[in-house]
Design a protein around this ligand. Structure first.
Ligand SMILES: Nc1ncnc2c1ncn2[C@@H]1O[C@H](COP(=O)(O)OP(=O)(O)O)[C@@H](O)[C@H]1O
Ligand SMILES: [Mg+2]
Length: 228
């Protein structure tokens, strides 16, 4: 089912049974954290490539409209069509798909004027429609979510069914990631674990301390994605 947070009525576009099947079986996963620099983009790219190496059909979307860099990391340089063009309805989602490392990438443009214009007028319905369009042609859709609690953060997390938060092993990073998990609960997106990145310094929190901290909001119980 498509979720709605900003309106209560949603009419599905008329689509075939096969397309409906693809959308329902595809998994949409938001990769999020409270702060920037925790490793969201790195995890999105690496998880995408790892799933592709396992034989899955994977699409990764740069939802970080203000600080886009997933395309660059994936080697998609200066693409003629990007996610902003799709959001502005100047192109279809399939026109913004580029394949590299066995993964389909939807990059975002970073011309300041274009980003500013899109961010100031972002339409959650359009984002959801684009995500549905992408889910018709893939098995996994990973969304690189912007840090913070911006409109784009909320829309990207709400548009996915599942979320993998990523944090660094210190309290300030944990507190901000905790807020993201709370947000996911509110918009009914299922938190599927927690990635703790950049582990190894003596000042780092222990795994038990991190689990205790997250316990009050966690819906993920004892399932962990492990450290990286
Ligand atoms: N486990 C790690 N070890 C070393 N460097 C890392 C690790 N994870 C991320 N980085 C580096 O940290 C920087 C920020 O990561 P990035 O994925 O861009 O974060 P975010 O998307 O959350 O802002 C990048 O230069 C990235 O290469
Ligand atoms: Mg990033």
């Amino acid at each position: 089912m498509t979720k709605r947070i900003f309106s209560f009525l949603y009419v599905y576009p008329i689509i075939s049974r096969e397309e409906r099947y693809m959308i329902d079986r595809a998994r949409s996963i938001a990769i999020s954290s409270g702060k920037g620099g925790t490793g969201k983009t790195t995890l999105t790219a690496n998880l995408g490539i790892a799933l592709s190496n396992e034989g899955h059909d994977v699409t990764i979307l740069d939802g970080d409209l203000a600080m886009a860099n997933l395309g660059i990391i994936m080697g998609v340089d200066n693409p003629p069509v990007n996610f902003l063009d799709v959001l502005k309805e100047n192109a279809e989602a399939e026109d913004a798909l580029y394949e590299d490392y066995g993964v389909k990438v939807v990059p975002t443009g970073f011309r300041f004027e274009e980003v500013h214009e899109t961010l100031s007028d972002i339409d959650s319905n359009r984002v959801e429609n684009v995500i549905e369009e992408l889910l018709r042609q893939t098995e996994f859709l990973l969304i690189d979510v912007p840090a913070g609690m911006t409109d784009t953060t909320i829309i990207s997390i709400a548009a996915a069914r599942e979320m993998i938060p990523i944090t660094n092993p210190n309290y300030s990073s944990l507190v901000d990631t905790y807020k993201t998990v709370k947000l996911a609960n509110v918009v009914d997106t299922w938190t599927r674990g927690l990635v703790v990145n950049r582990v190894g310094r003596s000042s780092d929190l222990e795994r038990g301390e991190i689990e205790d901290f997250f316990w009050p909001v966690s819906k993920f119980g004892s399932h962990h994605f492990g450290n990286s």
